[in-house]
Design a protein around this ligand. Structure first.
Ligand SMILES: NC(=O)C1=CN([C@@H]2O[C@H](COP(=O)(O)OP(=O)(O)OC[C@H]3O[C@@H](n4cnc5c(N)ncnc54)[C@H](OP(=O)(O)O)[C@@H]3O)[C@@H](O)[C@H]2O)[C@@H](O)CC1
Ligand SMILES: Nc1ncnc2c1ncn2[C@@H]1O[C@H](COP(=O)(O)OP(=O)(O)O)[C@@H](O)[C@H]1O
Ligand SMILES: [K+]
Length: 578
């Protein structure tokens, strides 16, 4: 389990490390720069070899070098043509300081390096200034303008060290033009050889949103990197919003500040206390890590069915809609059963019983006319998890059933999805009935209906950094609803009312675009319901369900349709050793 940090949390950790006296800011900057250089050689091993002995450039991903315009400046032409060439773009803060370190280390490795600075060298923060001074003893620094950059455009490597976690406002003027150019606007493609230091410049490290002054801007003012090298921990913005698109790939380099993430002051100085709540975890790696608590883990002990009869593993009840509308609920029911609920029953309106009966075998079927019938059914205390919404219908029966599910004497753990979310949005009294064992699973449209003010903030242009993020929005929604909210998308964010938050990111190596298929959300609702039936807490059921959902899609691959997702679980469980 990986912890994701915000820019403020990273700054606090860095501050604590420096205040402890165990490390200086300059040392951290050196480690950061070294980390970037190491990552470059790991990503593009051919760049460690002389130019004409290496295989065709393009790197691990096999991309080809871009046909860039421009020619090297005069003093570079005097250099050996065998040498690798880097262009390093440094900004006015410590991100720029990292850039000067990278430039020096590449030079030490035998590269020709051209360094540009945006801003006034005199105003650089102290550590960046020291590294700037070290560099100017080696070679000149050119003031960065789009025109100056275009003159020396060809290089084996571009290092984007303009802005990192300190981006506070939109990039404007000539520099904005340069960032758009580096982002591919205009046709030149720098991405195959672009490495971003900490975060692609122009992108907010917290929200993964491009900070922009213009709400209608169609061309993002941010670089596009093939590789983004960040320090200590990934940042939230690397995984949500447009972050994955701009970052390319994330490599995290340890800079030796991990111990300052503890909630303990340094015993000698009394300082160094880092407050990092609320925490955000990344649900990502395909492995079982039961010992990495308190963050999310898929713990196989919870999955193993050791003893007990079917009802010992829970009984999930899925409420379905009218004639011809039962597919979504059946998908959810199948998901609940495959994920391991001991028994699953579908509650169908009487008129749709025959249709459902024709399609179900292991899933039991029960006539469910109205809330009175529901009340009678729920007297069966073995039913310990409910799912309402998929295919339910936006009608009086649907609204009455949502009220019945939430308002019962002993409200059960409940997943509310699809139509149930729209019904909740239409009736605030219903919304107020939500309880801590509920899980809401909105996609962006449903989220906007349920939490219009929060969605408005999220959808407003990001004009300042740090910008309001999907993580902020989901946390706020969970607090307002008083229950777990799972906000769907390739960057699914899950939060509970206490502020605990995780991201199930189907991006980078877990990219699973095949999940964008009708009915896949219904299966997710079923997975979560099944896990609730098995005794998982609401947050853990939502996290685990989302993780399994992506893993099933990855395991199945292209061509996936919603029906395939539950059927992939047995294979996945086998692979996981369950
Ligand atoms: N934390 C750590 O552990 C470590 C951090 N390290 C590195 O430090 C980086 C953070 O450094 P940082 O805080 O100096 O911020 P950074 O991103 O360089 O930018 C700040 C400068 O940009 C300016 N500025 C902002 N927006 C602007 C705009 N739109 N247009 C124009 N200017 C704008 C802003 O100006 P101001 O707002 O003050 O007027 C200020 O001058 C981090 O990403 C990592 O690379 C490593 O060295 C190792 C350890
Ligand atoms: N491009 C994508 N990459 C990864 N996951 C996706 C992508 N698009 C959608 N998903 C996931 O697929 C599911 C779609 O759910 P939803 O929007 O409710 O669709 P439906 O109502 O058709 O079931 C969600 O879990 C969402 O997170
Ligand atoms: K950067």
């Amino acid at each position: 389990m990986t912890e994701l940090l915000t820019a403020a949390q990273m700054r606090a950790i860095e501050q604590a490390a420096i205040e402890s006296g165990e490390v200086t800011g300059l040392e951290l900057m050196e480690r950061a720069g070294q980390g970037v250089v190491d990552a470059i050689f790991a990503e593009w091993p051919e760049l460690a070899m002389p130019k004409h002995s290496a295989p065709a450039a393009g790197g691990a991903g096999g991309s080809t070098p871009s046909p860039l315009r421009g020619s090297p400046p005069e003093y570079l032409e005097r250099d050996d043509n065998e040498m690798r060439r880097a262009v390093v773009l440094c900004g006015p803060g410590n991100n720029g300081g990292d850039g000067f370190v990278v430039a020096r280390l590449l030079r030490d490795a035998g590269w020709q390096v051209e360094v540009f600075l945006y801003g006034d060298a005199e105003k650089l923060p102290p550590d960046a200034k020291v590294n700037h001074e070290r560099w100017v003893k080696i070679a000149p620094v050119t003031a960065l303008t789009e025109q100056a950059f275009r003159k020396v455009a060809f290089a084996d490597m571009y290092v984007d060290a303009l802005f990192g976690t300190g981006l506070t406002r939109p990039v404007a003027g000539d520099l904005a033009g340069l960032l758009r150019h580096l982002g591919g606007y205009g046709g030149d493609d720098y991405r195959p050889r672009m490495v971003a230091v900490d975060v692609p410049s122009g992108l907010c490290a917290d929200s993964g949103r491009v900070v922009t002054p213009n709400p209608r801007a169609r061309v993002p003012t941010a670089t596009l990197a093939r590789l983004t090298v960040t320090f200590d921990s990934p940042k939230c913005g690397h995984f949500v919003g447009d972050g994955p698109h701009h970052c390319g790939r994330i490599v995290v380099k340890d800079i030796g500040v991990r111990q300052f993430r503890e909630h303990k002051p340094n015993p000698h100085t009394g300082r160094g206390h880092v407050v990092r709540f609320p925490r955000t975890s990344l649900i990502g790696k395909r492995r079982m890590v039961p010992d990495e608590r308190p963050f999310f883990s898929v713990d196989i002990r919870y999955f193993t069915k050791n003893q007990g009869h079917k009802y010992a593993h829970g009984h999930a009840f899925i409420l379905s809609g009218g004639v011809g509308k039962g597919g979504a609920a059946r998908l959810a029911a199948r998901g609940a059963l495959r994920v391991g609920a001991g028994a699953v029953t579908l509650g169908s309106p009487p008129a749709a019983l025959i249709e459902n009966a024709a399609q179900l075998n292991a899933i039991m079927l029960q006539s469910l006319k109205d809330p009175d019938a529901l009340r009678v059914l729920l007297q069966d205390t073995r039913i310990n998890a409910l799912c309402i919404g998929p295919g339910l219908g936006l009608n009086d029966r649907g609204a009455a059933l949502v009220a019945g599910v939430l308002g019962g004497e002993e409200p059960r753990p409940t997943v509310l999805d699809a139509d149930a979310l729209t019904l909740l949005a239409q009736d605030r009294a219903l919304f107020d009935e939500l309880h801590a064992n509920c899980v809401l699973t909105p996609h962006a449209g449903e989220f906007a209906r349920l939490f219009p003010e929060i969605a408005e903030k999220l959808n407003a242009p990001a004009t300042t950094g740090p910008a309001y993020s999907k993580v902020d929005a989901t946390r706020e929604a969970a607090k307002r609803a008083g229950c777990v909210v799972l906000f769907k998308g390739p960057d699914t964010v899950i939060a509970d009312p206490s502020g605990r938050c995780s991201i199930n990111a189907s991006v980078y190596e877990r990219s699973a675009p095949w999940l964008a298929t009708a009915g896949s959300g219904d299966v997710l609702a079923g997975f979560i319901t099944g896990l609730l039936a098995r005794g998982f807490g609401a947050m853990q059921a939502a996290e685990t369900g989302a993780w399994l959902h992506t893993e099933c899609a990855l395991s199945f691959g292209p061509g996936l349709i919603a029906e395939d997702l539950p059927e992939e679980l047995p294979k996945l469980f086998r692979e996981l050793g369950i």
